[in-house]
Design a protein around this ligand. Sequence first.
Ligand SMILES: [Zn+2]
Length: 247
Amino acid sequence: MDIVIYSLMFFALTCIGSFIGVCFERIPEGESIIKGRSHCESCGKTLKGYELVPIISYLFLRGRCSKCKKKIPLRCLGIEFFTAVFGIIPLIMYGVSVQGFAYCAISCILFEIALLDFKTMEISDFASLLIGLIGIAMMIYQGSYLSSLIGAVCVSIPFLVFALCGVMGYGDVKLMAAVGVLLGIKGVLFAAFAGIVIGCFAAIILKFKKTHDWKSEIAFGPYLCIGSYLSMLIGPTCVDLYLSILK
Ligand SMILES: [Zn+2]
């Protein structure tokens, strides 16, 4: 029975991915994400129902607009596909449960934050707020009040100091406060640690590839999102393992 739910959820996630794709294209341009039908970027043709089915339409149309035959960017397909893959993994790991569905939703939000921060260097307060609200609901559900309260401040306060010094954005601070409520103290520490390590590696690679010079800013949010995502899946287990080695 679970396989049916996973299949339905995978399809639902591709639809969410399609919406994330719309956010990715429209938000940086200052366009509304709810008004205006989906259309071909090239000829402006309004897409019909059968052209809007995530992944399947792209394959059916062979990646081209049905009117002007202009190529549909591959990233549209990529965003739909990876939203579904990233979302379904926590659901399978935690099973058809409150935690499974909550983490599935968080995956989508993190993916959206990562994509938009990469493009615009900004993390929307609304997205962080959503994570915080799901975090509060999970905290009440699990009764993990103390861990969530400490989690909310133990990373975000040091980050706030960095932000005041101008080396980090306030969006990162708010994101980590929200992730702290959601994942608790162990989870948020792992998320920040993993995010910083991956971010440093990425920064070094970007510098050497000369796409960024040493002075240019790098969006840190995407790496914090990757860290938070990994933390949802393996964070507490890794922290416990580490602590048991120390003993
Ligand atoms: Zn077209």
